[in-house]
Design a protein around this ligand. Sequence first.
Ligand code: NAP
Ligand code: ZN
Length: 354
Amino acid sequence: MSLNIRGYAAQSATTPVAPHAFERRDPRADDVVVDILYCGVCHSDLHQARNEWGNSQFPMVPGHEIIGRVSSVGAGVSKFKVGDMVGVGCMVDSCQHCSSCAQGLEQYCLEGGATWTYNGIDRRDGLPTYGGYSERIVVSDKFVVNIPDGLDPKSAAPLLCAGITTYSPLRHWKIGKGSKVAVIGLGGLGHMGLKFAKALGADVTLFTRSAGKEEEARRLGAGHVVLSTDEAQMKAVANQFEFILDTVPNPHDLNPYLATLAVNGVHCLVGQLQPLDPPVSAGAVISGRHSIAGSGIGGIAETQEMLDFCAEHGISADIEMIDIQDINDAYERMLKSDVRYRFVIDIASLAKSA
Ligand code: NAP
Ligand code: ZN
């Protein structure tokens, strides 16, 4: 027997995301079954639904910012019980024994990589994984996190990807009181980057291409806003930042940003997966002992730590709720940087497509 599931899927890179019925496995002993309430819309969903990373498998049910209630648990599960409010992020499994997994860095699993929540292959049964644009998901208990009571479940959904992807590098590079940090791009990741950097005590600057985001950026935690298309404004912040969190989703010129790093400064990519283009000037890295780094989501224990940090500091995402029928419009708006600052799908709207 298997579970029949209603969801939304892309059938190819060029067709819209549309209603799709599919099956999920019967719960295993270590599985948690989650009735999905809300699912955030990440730019990665759009990249993959349109095969922009060249590795898409179809049909694809996107969605890796999942919030729901536990509706049943396997015989071996003790950490969760029916009725718990839980989250599922970008991963649903990993090997659990390589050196990355042993350090709680499951996202860097060395045995074939983590099993991604969608557009992945389940490492135990070899079947495709399907994400959160759907009514229910079946996940190993090790990849389920608790949503603390203090968090609103709707605005907590984006924390499962946008939240952890920005929190993890800020922690890794020890951002704290007095750090001078810049965030590039005010979208889903960027707005969480501003909030976390501010909560950690940093003096935060936003680099944006969009004139008109200044007031909002200040509300979200930026002390300063720099229009990255304005050369004079870029010059005015030369040699300043110890850490830049770069959330830009497409190839873009890093060189002007490298000039704004302080000595020993780090430019950390989280947005772009493609080769750097145009080329980075080696001189701009050598001069000032700069580093170009990258970071991928965060491990499960750190994801729980981030959620607890959010509950403690009153942090959550700024969201715009949508029905699942509006997902293709939401993608178009995201491409125009017209999202304030994360779309979250109300999964109850799936019933309207019945
Ligand atoms: P988003 O909501 O669309 O935000 C991206 C922002 O970047 C835009 O709002 C815009 O901000 C700026 N931007 C867009 N195109 C740009 C360009 N060509 N040049 C300069 N700035 C540009 O996207 P998101 O959901 O935050 O995701 C951002 C990227 O992170 C995506 O590529 C996604 O796949 C990736 N991602 C990576 C990880 C990871 O683990 N590393 C995890 C999640 C997502 P302004 O209007 O302020 O300029
Ligand atoms: Zn994501």
